[in-house]
Design a protein around this ligand. Structure first.
Ligand code: ZN
Length: 160
């Protein structure tokens, strides 16, 4: 049964409200995570609690329990001169910057103008209701190493 400290293999699809598939994993290449570690959005994690292998569930996650509300203060227009000269800026490019308190924020380049760059520090899925269609493939105990690291090992998704 899915609870804190279990490693879970999922097949799932994630669609937005318009019905576009944003992400998916199937049984041949499942998504593996450590339950209770915050590896997945909170609304999905709590909805999976108590499920077991073979269970299927459809879950709609509101932005507050997903990737957060859209924060207009994270939509900024900055000068091109703030980027290194060699930076080959393109729309859709992402870069990480540190706030003064050491927090990492990922910004996406939204638009390029003559000498200005519009950037957005919201998660690309902020403000969106997330529709998950999930099948639980496998549930197992986490190893001590996984608990120690706070994430699942195995599969090919994990690199240190
Ligand atoms: Zn690890």
């Amino acid at each position: 049964m899915i609870q804190n400290g279990k490693v879970v293999d999922l097949a799932y699809s994630l669609t937005n409200t318009a019905g576009e598939v944003l992400d998916r994993a199937d049984a041949r290449d499942p998504f593996t995570y450590l339950h209770g570690s915050g590896q997945i959005v909170p609304g999905l994690e709590s909805a999976l609690e108590g499920l077991k292998a073979g269970d299927k569930k459809k879950v709609s996650v509101e932005p507050a329990e997903g990737y957060g509300e859209m924060n207009p203060e994270l939509k900024l227009t900055v000068s091109r001169s703030q980027f290194p000269k060699e930076a080959n800026l393109e729309v859709g490019m992402q870069f990480e910057t540190q706030t003064p308190d050491g927090h990492g924020v990922v910004f996406t380049v939204e638009a390029l103008e003559a000498d200005k760059v519009k950037i957005d520090g919201n998660h690309p899925l902020a403000g969106q209701v997330l529709h998950f269609d999930v099948e639980v493939l496998k549930v197992r105990e986490a190893t001590e190493e996984e608990l120690d690291h706070g994430h699942a090992h195995g599969g090919d998704g994990h690199h240190h």
